[in-house]
Design a protein around this ligand. Sequence first.
Ligand code: PLP
Length: 346
Amino acid sequence: MITDLRSDTVTKPTPAMRRAMAEAEVGDDVYGEDPTVNRLERRAAEILGKEAALFVPTGTMANTIGVKLNTSHGQEVICESRCHVLNYELSMMAWFSGCLARPVFAGDGILRWEQIRREIRPLGPHWAPTGLIEIENTHNMAGGTVYPLETLREIREGAHGLGLKVHMDGARVFNAAEYLNVPVSRIAAEADTVSFCLSKGLGAPVGSLIVGTAGQMERGRLYRKRLGGGMRQAGVLAAAGLIALEEHPARLAADHLHARLLAEALARIPGIQVDPAKVQTNIVIFDVSGTGLAPAEFSRKLKERGVLMNGISATQMRLVTHSDVDRGMAEQAAAVVAEVAAAVAA
Ligand SMILES: *Cc1c(COP(=O)(O)O)cnc(C)c1O
């Protein structure tokens, strides 16, 4: 039995999803004729409180379309230094949209309007104009941190006041909604476009969505086709996605509890540093340098004992809880980390 805490992308489809996939009504989605995809897009738009939605294969494609819709070539995109669009999407911002990232560091991953405002370029002969503000909610590499609604509101008002759009990489926006205990539409209301993944904590095997205005999504369909994301009988995927969207947000509270339990257990292990009070959602980043092991070695020793976690820097590791890890597995994983740390100390 392997406990896989490398990411929440590793979840396997539930029996209900597999049944829905087998029985899905389908059509050709490039012609807009797949009834299950159409239903998924309609429900996503309703739940997020936007006019329209577009089903895409990956979160990377959703973000690529989001950046493209809100910018023109030669502009800058203000984003947090460790964000996904800058670091993990093969510079699609440059490759597809012709934009340059203007990274701004925030220790907790949460940008404030005051910081953003200072980075907006004045019109002039030397500066690429700012085209877009990109925010990641929850922030993956900052440890699953959540934007307070007030901070989002300030960013939206500030950006719109200057004629700028806001794109939210909401790969885990349902985790943010769970943490804040608000409908996800309250969060989505603070951005012009929002991308989110069905294939992470929500548990679908494949798929992401982008939401925004009807006009944006109409243009987005063309970008999706250009990027190779015009799928045909995609209803087999959307059927699982509908279950993820309708039923699985309610499961995220358990993932958050398990992440907190793991962080508390890890905090008690000599040589490991983590502040459980900072764990808001389903991601825990912890420092293993005090154990004398590099993350890669630590990871290898955990794997020998059936627990998978990745190193993310020279000193830090990351674990991500999800619906395929129950409380018992989380407790067992913490015990295995303690065992590895103790074996090195001895
Ligand atoms: C996972 C993730 C994405 C999208 O990843 P894909 O693997 O392309 O689906 C985007 N943003 C963040 C913050 C993520 O964690």
